[in-house]
Design a protein around this ligand. Structure first.
Ligand SMILES: Nc1ncnc2c1ncn2[C@@H]1O[C@H](COP(=O)(O)OP(=O)(O)O)[C@@H](O)[C@H]1O
Ligand SMILES: [Mg+2]
Length: 363
């Protein structure tokens, strides 16, 4: 899959640009705060997922305007395709001339992976970031997963409300059953999908990490869950989750929140059998995050047959020459967007196109 043209109007600090890209490496360079990450973010939004910066829709609209309009021409599934995105009171997508009912319907059309310095939080921060990584990655492949997740979160929120009520109205105690059954039902789907995904990505990411570290270190990934039946059938996970929720009731009524379930699970990332989060050096954490992101791309490729577009924001400046060369070698057959301050850091590339960004414009 590759982008041919991007049109941007009133998005962040970009007034108006029409850019044609090559199907190899596209380098976007320039000083700090010129709009390089904004451009990467504009392309990313066509995946249908939310901004990787955690930005609200309104923050993406140029300060002096009320609406941002974007258009993307890309080649995928052996044909030329187009997507339009308007940001104004939310995001509205048109895909190949068809208006989509909701932004989540855009997921799965245009495929990309993004690595930016914010993704270091994947390794460094708490489990929330890692669950989110799994959820976004799986949703891109299986839109039904996003629906199960949303239903799961709603059911947990309902149980939490009820837990607070039960503290004062004990006659409501038995009604917890209804929500726990719902939670267990969606949890079984989520846990099964997450475990399947981790089993897939770990083969790719481990190999990529070995390449980055020149086989000096070993990365391992595993899904960490509280549900003892995880890894078994959906029915077994369902039963086990129900028991777990039932057993947690007393404690959960006291706290007014649900203490067990996939919203509390984690993805364990280890380097040479030690937690990357607790013991990894900065370089190791960075390499692990990158291995996860490039692994994500490999899973998309194996699943859909399409090579997703790689968006690498500020990645080169943080790696030594060996690691840079490994990355450049690894990505040479895909379309890649790389942002950097100094274009000489990607001078080893033979084939590519360079864009200089200044004050929101390509100059
Ligand atoms: N909604 C917006 N309207 C106008 N300018 C914006 C908006 N959002 C961010 N900016 C500007 O974009 C610039 C940062 O762009 P960014 O792409 O992050 O820079 P970099 O080139 O370092 O990656 C900042 O100067 C910021 O003020
Ligand atoms: Mg930037």
């Amino acid at each position: 899959m590759y982008v041919t043209t991007l049109e941007v109007k009133h998005f962040r600090n970009i007034e108006e640009e029409v850019l044609s890209f090559c199907d190899g490496v596209n380098i976007i360079y320039g000083d700090n705060a010129q709009g390089k990450t904004n451009l990467i973010e504009a392309i990313w939004l066509f995946t249908g997922c939310r901004s990787f910066r955690g930005a609200k829709d309104a923050e993406c609209i140029h300060f002096n305007h009320a609406k941002a309009s974007l258009s993307l021409d890309f080649f995928g599934e052996n044909r030329e395709q187009n997507m339009l995105l308007e940001i104004e009171n939310g995001r509205k997508f048109v895909c190949n001339g068809v208006k989509l009912k909701s932004a989540s319907k855009a997921i799965g059309q245009f495929l990309a992976v993004v690595f930016s310095p914010v993704h270091l939080s994947l390794v460094k921060d708490g489990p929330y970031e890692r669950r989110r990584f799994l959820d976004v990655a799986i949703s891109q492949l299986k839109p039904n997963y996003a629906i199960a997740l949303s239903n799961y979160n709603k059911a947990v929120a309902e149980r939490n409300i009820l837990l607070k009520d039960v503290a004062y109205h004990s006659e409501l105690y038995d009604t917890l059953d209804v929500w726990e059954e719902r939670i267990a039902y969606y949890a079984s789907e989520i846990i099964r999908q997450r475990i399947g995904y981790v089993n897939r990505i770990k083969e790719f990411s481990t190999e990529i990490y070995a390449g980055i570290s020149k086989k000096k270190e070993e990365l391992s990934l595993s899904y960490f869950e509280q549900c003892p039946a995880a890894g078994s059938t959906k029915q077994e996970i369902y039963e086990s989750m129900k028991n777990l929720l039932y057993a947690a009731r007393k404690n959960d009524i006291l706290t007014g929140s649900t203490s067990v379930g996939p919203h509390r699970d984690d993805l364990t990332i280890q380097i040479d059998d030690l937690s990357a989060r607790s013991y990894g050096s900065q370089g190791q954490q960075r390499s692990a995050a990158l291995a996860l992101k490039l692994g994500e791309a490999a899973v998309i490729k194996s699943f859909t047959g399409e090579q997703p577009v790689a968006l690498l924001d500020d990645v080169m400046s943080e790696l030594d020459t060996d690691r840079q060369n490994y990355i450049l070698n690894h990505i040479k057959n895909w379309q890649v967007f790389i942002t950097c301050c100094d274009p000489t850091s990607v001078k080893n590339l033979k084939y590519g196109k360079a864009f200089r960004m200044k004050n929101g414009s390509i100059v």
